[in-house]
Every structure is written in C-alpha cells, then in structure tokens.
Design a protein around this ligand. Structure first.
Ligand code: AMP
Length: 216
C-alpha cells in the first residue's frame, strides 16, 4: 500500500506515520529525516540542505526529488511505503507521479490530517525529539518517562532549531501557500481523505486505519 500523509508541520504527522507503518509493515519515508541524516553526515550537500532548513525554507527540488527517487528504489519499498513531508508542492506531486509511473505504480491513499491553527503552535513549541533514534515527545501531551531523556534509547532530547516560534510561523505560511494546491491535485484523482486531527492520537489513528483496513 502506497500512502502520502499530508498536514501542517506539528499536526501530528510523524506520530501517525509511525503507527500506520507499524500497522501495515511498510517503511516510513520522511524527507525531513532524510535531510537531517544528510546534515549529520556533513557532506557539501548536507551543508546546503542545512542552510535552508535552519531558516524554515523548503529545500530546492533538485536535491529533494532525487533523494526521494533514490529512496523509493530501495527493496523495502516494494510492498509499499508511507511518504511524510513529501510532496510539499504541486511540482513535487507531479514529479512523484512520474517517478511512480516509471515503476508502474501509483499512490493508493492521501491522508490530510487537518488541525486547527491555534493548536499547532502549542504542539510545535512543546515538541522534543531524540536526535539519535528520532522518537518524538511533547512536554505536556506526551512527555518522556524521565524528563529530557528518550524513553527508547536514553539520549538527551532536543528542541529542533526550526521548532522555535518565529520559524514556526514562517513554516505555516509556506505550508499554506505551497501544500494547499496539491490537495486539489489529489482530490481530482479521488484518493484524498480528510482526517480530523484535533482528537487524541488513538482517535486520529482509528479514522485512518478504518479506511486502509477496508481496502486491504
Ligand atoms: P519536517 O521534518 O517534515 O517538518 O521538515 C523539516 C524541514 O525540512 C522543512 O521545514 C523544510 O526545510 C525541509 N523539507 C522537508 N520536506 C521537504 C520537501 N518535500 N521539500 C522541501 N523541503 C522539505
């Protein structure tokens, strides 16, 4: 099953992505994570990516699209995948269509996790992530068992540089300008499902799993 998960930054996409991927045994492909790995490797490509990300700007398509294409060629994607953070705009959506067409594949479901704006800033400001294993927490809604430490691997949690308030507002503006048009693109294909994202983690997951399970 090939799935795209869309939604504003901080709308709970990462958390739902993990649940869906475990449920369907498919890989979770997050462009944000791919970029963070490249940055850690310290290559010239990573340095360029880091300059955009730190400002909350989109990484150019020439880097983004080729990294996604490379990732989708890996063996673990044969039975399906979940894309999180990609496509971010219409150009990327069309590029993805072409990449999949070459492999005679198509996207089965696009889920949009719809969260009211006032909730988002609160969610992002409280978000803490593990720089080692990628596990994500919220200081109020999903705190780690030991303050500041990852439950999974014990590493000290961090507040991402692009999760600060002024950067969040920039990211939200970029999101509504660029991502909103791709909703029409997928709506026309008849594969867009809007999910109410202001409930609990389990509520949101139930809405999604009902749809995928009915089409398994
Ligand atoms: P995320 O982890 O999805 O919130 O992404 C963090 C940052 O990575 C974004 O603010 C962008 O700078 C960059 N990024 C992630 N996905 C993309 C994409 N599909 N196209 C361009 N930039 C992206």
């Amino acid at each position: 099953m090939r799935i795209i998960l869309l939604g504003t930054p901080g709308g709970g996409k990462g958390t739902q992505a993990k649940l869906i991927c475990d449920h369907l045994s498919i890989p979770h492909i997050s462009t944000g994570d791919i970029f963070r790995t490249k940055i850690k490797e310290g290559s010239p490509e990573g340095k360029e990516i880091s300059e955009y990300m730190q400002k909350g700007q989109l990484v150019p398509d020439r880097l983004t699209i080729s990294l996604v294409e490379e990732r989708l060629k890996k063996d673990d994607c044969q039975k399906g995948f979940l894309l999180d953070g990609f496509p971010r705009d219409e150009n990327q959506a069309k590029a993805l269509d072409l990449i999949l067409k070459k492999k005679e594949e198509h996207i089965d479901f696009v889920f949009l996790i719809d969260v009211p704006k006032e909730i988002i800033v609160d969610r992002i400001l409280g978000r803490r992530v593990c720089p080692k294993c990628g596990e994500s927490y919220h200081i109020k809604y999903n705190p780690p068992k030991i303050e500041g430490k990852c439950d999974v691997c014990g590493t000290a949690l961090i507040h991402r540089a692009d999760d600060q308030e002024d950067i969040i507002l920039d990211r939200l503006t970029i999101y509504s300008q660029t991502t909103a048009p791709i909703l029409d693109f997928y709506q026309e294909k008849g594969i867009l499902h809007k999910i109410q994202g202001d409930g609990s983690i389990q509520d949101i997951f139930s809405q999604i799993s009902e749809i995928v399970d009915a089409n398994k």
